[in-house]
Design a binder for this molecule. Sequence first.
Ligand code: ARG
Length: 398
Amino acid sequence: MAKRVVLAYSGGLDTSVAVKWMGEEMGVEVICVACDVGQGGTDADGYWNMIRDRALSAGAVDAEVIDCREEYAADYCVPALKANALYEGRYPLVSSLSRPVIVKKLVEAARRHGASAVAHGCTGKGNDQVRFEVSTRALAPDLEVVAPVRMWGLTREQAIQYATRFDIPITQSKEKLYSIDDNLWGRAIECGEMEDPWAEPPDGVWEMTQVRATEPREVIIEFLAGTPIAVDGSQISPAGVIERLTDIVGAYGWGRIDMVENRRVGIKSRETYEAPGALALILAHQDLESITLERDVAHEKLRLEHRYAELIYDGLWFSPLRQALDAFFEETQRHVTGEVRLKLEPGVCRPIGRRSPKSLYDYGLATYEAADSFRHDDAEGFVRLWGLGVQTWAARQG
Ligand code: ARG
């Protein structure tokens, strides 16, 4: 029996050519696995049928579509939300977060199909190859990893010619111009005009954040122990919350990111993202934490959030440090329960109110009105001792 390889199939040009190429050049049987992490859009069924057919016409011996949306949302997006994870303070890790769940499914498929290798369609210049390979090594060190796109050295034009020669169906339009990766948590758009960091991204690159609403409105997000459970009073699954907020907030044209980021492989790259749902959730979650986390916990958590985002970005989702950090974040979330009101206007999304049954906000302590319960006399001695060290320093050495 020929060697079998399970390929993470997206339906794009590179992975479609990879199916044929691995068959021709390596003599292997290719099984395509497409993971639905929410990139199907509104006609998801039609989309996935088309992807499956395309894999088979490209020469796959078998093709599977795996619906990972709920698992992705609950086990990857929600932990990232609890950690307010933003790489370099801005990027909500859209692609970085989806790779580990995809690898988990690839490895399971490899076992089911008796494959000895998994394959991906990443180039040698990006972060995604790192995430695919490091995650595979963590979950299944016995499996080989094949990276056809990194091996073949075809230009985009040559890949298109290869596809034409073997009758591999491809969509030409946008794929020619941009490299796009999307899932529930957001959408990454790179290449084309954007390779010039000075050039404004053309309006046509945005999908989730095209302005469709003009009337200001509010949206209320409810959290239970750090997990979002409802939008405007209706309870939905984590995937449902993300989808709904992407739709509601994206309609106001909010949630775009334009940055030059530091890739793991040492390249600075100009990236544009849209992630209205993820960014609104993080904004609301941070806000709820402002009334539910004790000060030291909040400050320590901030420092670890940055580390956590970096770890996920660097492909170390399946690592002992990520697990340990998750345990810390989980503990901090015990009382992050309550609601946040966001106000939406064209181009704007901002918190305008928050409340929690576990709130540490004490009106009596905070108020300047008659209900004030703060012991003002305590302040004098406290402040004197607080400043004692610098006072002594100033007198003797300052
Ligand atoms: N720069 C982002 C990251 O490393 C996005 C990568 C997008 N991937 C893609 N194939 N277009 O997470």
